[in-house]
Ligand binder design. Structure first.
Ligand SMILES: [Zn+2]
Length: 262
């Protein structure tokens, strides 16, 4: 089923998966490009933007979200998924393409611009957030993430809800035969071919026993006025942060958070 993340009013540009807060107890969504000229609300830590400006946007993001910890890292298009269940402030780990968490108040993030953020949730119990480009999708990132989530939440797959978030659509994602074959899609004829990564991930989810799966109707490339697209910008665009976390209780909210307290 197609579901559009909805714009949220506030001090930063962001979009949330509708009803996840009430239904699942999970804050999950993605930041957007924003209306500012220039690089907009670029959160790319390893992209071309000046680091000081990027970090000030991360601080604004954290203040807006009200979580006591934010988890981030530089992804490597691999299949490592790491459980994070304690800590406060900024938690940064290198070389990880997915996170799992059972602790309210910790916000998982990944940075994307075309790759698909995959959100998995066990209502009010656990979340996982995966960075699924074609290599992760082909390499079994979803299966690994699901395994880690089920182990952490101590439930079976029937309890899992999944959303394939804002990423590049099949029409905008032209690929070579190695990508098609890697993702188990037929590469017939002379090419080039088009791959719908979110469709591939939804099919994988079905095979893994996840029945509650939705897909974003946004495309990072052809909806580039709201989002960033690596492909459509020929590599010059910024990055969005996809996020997911069990909503913090009132006692876990930080009343103040000093800028620069990184
Ligand atoms: Zn598109």
């Amino acid at each position: 089923m197609l579901v559009a993340e909805a714009a949220v009013a506030g001090s930063i540009p962001r979009f949330e998966i509708p009803h996840w807060r009430e239904r699942l107890g999970v804050a999950a969504g993605i930041t957007g490009r924003g209306a500012d000229a220039g690089r907009g609300f670029d959160l790319g830590l390893w992209s071309q933007a000046p680091v000081g400006e990027v970090m000030s946007r991360w601080l604004a993001f954290r203040r807006e979200m009200g979580f006591s910890a934010v988890v981030l890292g530089n992804q490597v298009h691999g299949t490592e998924v790491m459980p994070i269940d304690s800590g406060c402030g900024w938690i940064q780990v290198e070389g990880i393409d997915g996170w799992v968490c059972t602790t309210p108040g910790i916000l998982l993030t990944i940075t994307v611009a075309d790759c698909v953020p995959v959100y998995l949730a066990v209502p009010r119990r656990a979340v996982a957030l995966l960075h699924a480009g074609w290599r992760g999708t082909a390499g079994g990132l979803l299966e690994r993430g699901l395994e880690r989530l089920l182990a952490a939440a101590r439930v079976d797959e029937s309890k899992v809800v999944m959303h394939c978030g804002v990423g590049i659509c099949g029409g905008c994602y032209e690929v070579g035969s190695e990508v098609m074959k890697g993702c188990g899609a037929a590469a017939e004829g002379p090419g080039p071919w088009h791959l719908d990564l979110r469709h591939t991930l939804a099919e994988q989810a079905k095979a893994l026993g996840i029945s509650d799966v939705t897909t974003s109707s946004w495309c990072s490339a052809h909806d580039r006025s709201f989002f960033y697209s690596h492909r459509a910008s020929r590599g010059s665009d910024g990055r969005m942060a996809a996020y997911s976390g069990l909503s913090p209780g009132p006692s876990r909210l930080l009343p103040t958070d000093l800028p620069g307290n990184i």
